[in-house]
Design a binder for this molecule. Structure first.
Ligand SMILES: Nc1ncnc2c1ncn2[C@@H]1O[C@H](COP(=O)(O)OP(=O)(O)OP(=O)(O)O)[C@@H](O)[C@H]1O
Ligand SMILES: [Mg+2]
Length: 315
């Protein structure tokens, strides 16, 4: 089996996720390289560890840059922290007015509330950046590398969290609106209403994209070890509950060599886990990738990984 199905023209957003250190970044870069052979592709890193820069051996930053040696591929780093501070900065006024008009808080309370994070907002804002790119439509494929599982799960659950917050804010506003109408007989929609509506629209846009199985696919990356299997099981359960489709799975670091006692033992040790993976995740197309003799860094080794991911398996 292979990831060749990702070439389907309708599929636009491909997200790699999984436990720490299992090969998410390597697989995301290799997949982006493969897809860029036929489709204009944007590789997006949401992992603040700058690992895409390391993997590609090229500096990637907050602005889209072309990937050297891959004519149809560009890359960018999109981080929740940075997206959040931009959001707070851009919407200070609306947030302050929302709190000011809808609650009995004094100025100091409002300042404190503003410094607290709105649940899910940072992840939603980084996702919004991705969706904005998709709506601009400059690329055909968007490949996302995430930080370890907890982060991917936060990313997935963030629209729901923010939606809850918007509901509370809308209720506060409703009371304010009722009060104004009672006093003056009418109510004019203001910038706070417009702001809440646009947040709500952002949540909907994100959910619609994530939940569209034709457009978006999540690819769990796992290795044949107990903890990675347990984490992948949880991840797939949560994806299912969130209506996000997973059709493929990468099983990385598979021992193939029998050359020495050490390799023989490692290989034998992996066998029960590989069987468990095949049983537990039988519904997914599993692509098994051998453990390479050296780390995957730079275009040459990424191209080797790409071959394993996208061509039928030699073993
Ligand atoms: N099949 C493989 N064979 C050998 N080395 C590999 C293989 N896959 C990944 N690696 C190496 O393992 C290390 C971790 O890989 P990578 O950074 O892709 O994992 P990750 O899941 O993104 O990690 P993190 O959770 O820290 O983001 C890297 O040094 C990479 O070069
Ligand atoms: Mg990584």
């Amino acid at each position: 089996m292979s990831l060749a199905g990702l070439g389907n023209n309708d599929l636009r957003l491909i997200i790699f996720g999984g436990k720490g250190g299992v090969g998410k970044t390597s697989c995301a870069i290799a997949a982006a390289l493969a897809l860029s052979e036929k489709h204009k592709t944007l590789l997006i890193s949401t992992d603040p560890a700058h690992s895409v820069s390391d993997g590609l051996e090229q500096e990637i930053g907050y602005k889209v840059v072309p990937v050297q040696g891959a004519p149809n591929l560009s890359a960018i780093e999109v981080y929740a922290d940075e997206a959040l501070s931009r959001f707070i900065k851009d919407h200070q006024q609306e947030l302050r007015k929302l709190l000011d008009t809808s609650t009995n808080l004094d100025n100091q309370d409002i300042e404190e509330m503003l410094s607290l994070s709105i649940p899910g907002i940072d992840e939603v804002m980084s996702f919004k950046t991705i969706i904005d790119f998709m709506e601009e439509g400059a690329y055909e494929k968007y490949v996302v590398d995430t930080a370890p599982t907890g982060h991917a799960l936060r990313l997935i659950s963030s629209p729901k969290l923010l939606d809850e917050w918007i509901k509370v804010a809308a209720r506060m506003r409703w009371k304010y609106r009722y009060m104004i109408t009672s006093f003056s007989g009418s109510y004019q929609q203001d910038e706070v209403d417009a702001f809440l509506l646009s947040l709500k629209k952002t949540v909907k846009r994100i959910e619609n994209t994530l939940r569209d199985p034709a457009k978006c696919e999540f690819i769990p990356v796992c290795i044949p070890e107990a903890m990675a299997i347990a984490e992948t099981t949880r991840l797939i359960e949560i994806l299912g509950k969130s209506d996000i489709v997973a059709r493929h799975m990468v099983v990385n670091n598979v021992m193939t060599s029998d050359g020495c006692d050490f390799c023989k033992q490692r290989k034998a040790g992996q066998l029960p886990y590989l069987e468990e993976i095949r049983d537990t995740f039988s519904a997914l197309n599993r692509v098994e990738i051998p453990l390479f003799p050296c780390e995957i860094r730079g275009l040459e080794s990424l191209k080797k990984l790409k071959k394993f991911l996208f061509e039928e398996q030699p073993f």
